[in-house]
Design a protein around this ligand. Structure first.
Ligand SMILES: Cc1ncc(COP(=O)(O)O)c(C=O)c1O
Length: 338
């Protein structure tokens, strides 16, 4: 068994498991992809690490104390992690999100006692990030005591991953040939790419984003899966570097997630996008390469969306056959013929 050392945590925020990897041979037959599974940490995603770090930095700067009220925009996972930390520390927290938030994440945020505000109006790029941020700015104007963590501009979001995610990865794979990282706020990409450039400069860094995201100057479009992509370029994205950028359609994300589930591996949407990126890039990767891909969360919170046939038919017409046709339905990485 992996990691058999028992631990007794003194606080939920100590329950971070940065050393879980799954070697997958099913993405492309000639490579073993080492998938770094971040979903086993408390609150269920990689975002707990920047959440802890950004709160600690505010505390160290004397900006947080008993009764402090925090606010943040999140597609779900950072909001969930902050809800947990704020509950543990006695801060009040408001999460501003949008209709793409997973219903289970929304319920968990409220279960921790946080307030969840869901904006419904799309911004000019067709997404919700602009609307979320404009709402926070309006709330800050009305109540200057609110403290905005601002993961899109906060350099500590990048620093958190430099100190944690990147160090964990390099401790297990000191000289990886390829590292695939999804881009949302780009905190993970920024921290991991900075560390790789310093400590393993020959590594090819592959950034993976969703089609429709404007982060890297590509055309805006509607997206339905939370985690990756933005409708407004995050200022911290200037702190990232990479060798390749892959823009993956959400239909490929869904097909990859559902295909892996039938192999016994239930991952979240952004993991499906990253692994669809590995598959797309596989012809360029030699057989003996050391390949690492970061999986930000697990799949349970997506059972009502990515893994729900009705939701997929509603949002991606033509991706699944009209009637479920047994366990292999919808598992191919291409659209079904109409
Ligand atoms: C599931 C999931 N994947 C990927 C990301 C992107 O990570 P980052 O914001 O570090 O780019 C997020 C961010 O919220 C996420 O929730």
């Amino acid at each position: 068994m992996l990691g058999e050392t028992a631990m007794v945590a003194q606080c939920p925020t100590e329950l971070i498991h940065g050393g879980c990897y799954l070697s997958l041979r099913s993405i492309a037959p000639h490579i073993a992809v080492n998938v770094k599974l971040e979903g086993f940490s408390v609150s269920g995603s990689i975002k707990v690490k920047p959440a802890i770090h950004m709160i600690r930095q505010l505390e160290a700067a004397g900006r947080l104390g008993p009764g402090s009220r925090l606010i943040e925009s999140s597609s779900g996972n950072l909001g969930l992690a902050l809800s947990m930390i704020c509950a543990a520390k006695g801060y009040s927290f408001t999460c501003v999100s949008d209709p793409n938030i997973s219903p289970l994440t929304a319920r968990a945020i409220r279960a921790y006692g946080a307030e969840l505000v869901v904006v419904r109006e799309r911004d000019p790029s067709g997404g919700y990030l602009g609307t979320r941020i404009d709402l926070i700015k309006a709330m800050l104007d009305r109540d200057p005591r609110l403290l905005w963590i601002n993961q899109y501009e906060n350099p500590e979001n990048v620093r958190a991953h430099y100190l944690t995610t990147a160090s964990e990865l390099l401790a297990r794979f000191p000289r990886p040939d390829y590292v695939f990282v999804g881009a949302g706020t780009t905190g993970t990409l920024g921290g991991v790419s900075t560390a790789l450039r310093e400590r393993s400069p020959a590594t090819r860094i592959v950034a993976v984003d969703s089609e429709g995201s404007v982060t890297f100057g590509r055309p805006a479009g509607k997206r339905h899966i939370p985690g990756l992509g933005t409708s407004r370029k995050p200022p911290i994205s200037l702190r990232s570097s990479f060798d390749e950028l892959l823009m993956i359609p959400e239909s490929d994300t869904i097909a990859m997630c559902r295909r892996l589930a039938h192999d016994g591996v239930l991952l979240g949407g952004s993991s499906g996008t990253v692994l669809a990126g590995v598959k797309a890039h596989a012809p360029m990767i030699p057989a003996d390469a050391c390949v690492v891909a970061i999986s930000p969360d697990l799949g349970e919170r997506y059972l009502d969306t990515i893994y729900n046939d009705d939701w997929v038919r509603d949002h991606f017409p033509g991706l699944l056959p009209m009637a479920a046709a047994g366990p292999a339905a919808g598992v191919e990485l291409s659209r079904e013929p109409a």
